[in-house]
Design a protein around this ligand. Structure first.
Ligand SMILES: Cc1cc2nc3c(=O)[nH]c(=O)nc-3n(C[C@H](O)[C@H](O)[C@H](O)COP(=O)(O)OP(=O)(O)OC[C@H]3O[C@@H](n4cnc5c(N)ncnc54)[C@H](O)[C@@H]3O)c2cc1C
Length: 406
């Protein structure tokens, strides 16, 4: 074998997985279409990622969190959910039990840069860049990755982190539940007149949603989701009209608004693979579960999932068992399914409920906001889910025995 593990995709999930296996003794290849230069200095893509406490913990263990300038990490102290024009809001505050924030907002290009810098310190991993994977296959003896250049690489196992539209997932015969929302998210940064007080606003307006996430200083990350046929109109708006439009839709909560940089469109498609492994093959990151961004769980799930797989593999190695064995991979699948399935379907239900303008949906929406606000156990449970402090295995005692706690 050329390598023990061939990871396809040097996105944040694939690189994190390599970092988690730093001390495993495994010889790892990461195969990526893009060049090393782009990975080392990723362009701004307009995405700002809300990270949970678990993600902060995992990135600290990995070493990448420390590489991000603390001034670029924006704590989210409060979240307000607004329904249409109603003055009623559902509020989530940071618990008063020594918790420092509900979550932490960091720009995606900074996260990618930090993880790549950490990856560059590994002595057991090789980056094969500017290399597009065209075919993967596995049998009882090993796994093969064929590149578009005609070269091929042999490994004991393949781990695919090649986006939610993963071609290798399909080649390995893994079905997926895919949902095209018919909507597009448009993201950008905006400067504003008033202090955001580290508050995130999620406004479910009729026909569209608008989120404002607090960035360092008087800056916020704006996420607008609209039916895709309206996206072009928003992207083409003059800056003055766009500024005025967002100011009005936020009801002046942040005062005067001014766009900073470009607007970026992202068509929204959710994907959940029916299985996370097959023979000598596993899926991580968006290739396993690609989420709608409204609940901000996509990369958080990607980070926790790759950590679960790396822990199972490390445990198998320490017990001198084959790390690609289906019993090892099925334990990873069991845990990651338990955490990702409810989140995936729950998020899709929230999207349906809060983008549906029919009268019954509007009534249910109003009721849901009031129930969440007025029932402390419900509010507590949602707040805990938003913050996600622990890995799934520490919540499920039966599974805790299977792997190492991060
Ligand atoms: C608007 C928006 C807002 C978001 N907000 C949040 C948030 O607040 N919180 C959160 O947790 N998540 C959020 N997400 C989700 C998050 O951005 C993704 O979950 C995360 O980037 C996925 O990382 P990944 O490594 O799995 O995949 P990717 O980042 O897609 O990386 C995949 C890599 O694989 C490479 N690749 C693909 N095919 C091949 C091939 N055949 N050969 C070689 N290389 C290949 C690609 O070039 C790429 O580098 C958001 C997403 C969007 C769109």
């Amino acid at each position: 074998m050329d390598y023990d593990i061939a990871i396809i995709g040097a996105g944040p999930a694939g690189l994190s997985f390599a970092c988690c296996l730093r001390d495993s003794g495994l010889n790892i290849a990461v195969i990526e279409k893009q060049s090393r230069e782009v990975l080392a200095d990723p362009p701004i893509d307009g995405r700002d990622i809300a990270l949970t406490h678990l993600s902060r913990k995992l990135m600290r263990q990995q070493g990448s969190w420390q590489r991000i300038d603390a001034r670029q990490v924006s704590p989210i102290q409060r979240a307000e959910v607004i329904d249409g024009d109603s003055p009623y809001t559902l509020n989530f505050d940071t618990p008063t039990d020594n918790t420092d924030a509900l979550g932490f907002l960091i720009s995606n290009f900074r996260i990618r840069k930090a993880i790549f810098e950490e990856f560059e310190t590994l002595t057991n991993a090789t980056l094969i860049d500017e290399a597009e994977v065209s075919q993967v296959s596995t049998d009882e003896n090993g796994a093969r990755v064929k590149l578009a250049s005609g070269d091929s690489i042999e490994a004991s196992m393949i781990v695919a982190a090649d986006t939610r539209f993963s071609v290798t997932r399909r080649q390995m015969g893994i079905a997926s539940d895919s949902h095209d929302f018919g909507r597009t998210a448009i993201v950008c940064w905006m400067e504003h007149e008033l202090d955001h007080h580290q508050t995130a606003f999620e406004c479910f307006h009729y026909g569209r949603t608008l989120a404002s996430l607090p960035m360092p200083g008087k800056l916020c990350s704006i996420v607008i989701t609209v039916p895709s046929e309206q996206a072009g109109q928003i992207l083409d708006m003059s800056e003055d009209s766009f500024n005025m439009d967002i100011e009005t839709r936020l009801n002046g909560r942040l005062g005067k608004m001014k766009q900073k940089g470009k607007r970026y469109p992202y068509p929204l498609v959710g994907v959940h693979a029916s299985r996370f492994f097959s023979n000598r093959f596993a899926l991580i990151g968006d290739a396993a579960v690609g989420m709608h961004p409204v609940t901000a769980h996509g990369f958080n799930l990607g980070l926790s999932g790759q950590d679960l797989l790396a822990s199972e593999i490390s445990t198998a190695i320490s017990q001198r068992r084959d790390f690609w064995d289906s019993a090892v991979l099925s334990r990873y699948q069991k845990q990651h399914m338990l955490s990702s399935r409810p989140l995936y379907h729950g998020t899709n239900s929230i999207v349906w409920l809060f983008t549906n303008d029919s009268l019954p949906a509007s009534l249910v929406r109003k009721a849901v906001l009031r129930i969440c606000n007025n029932l402390p156990p419900v509010k507590w449970a949602i707040t805990q889910k938003l913050m996600a402090k622990n890995q799934i295995r520490s919540i499920l005692p039966g599974i805790a025995k299977c792997g190492q706690e991060p």
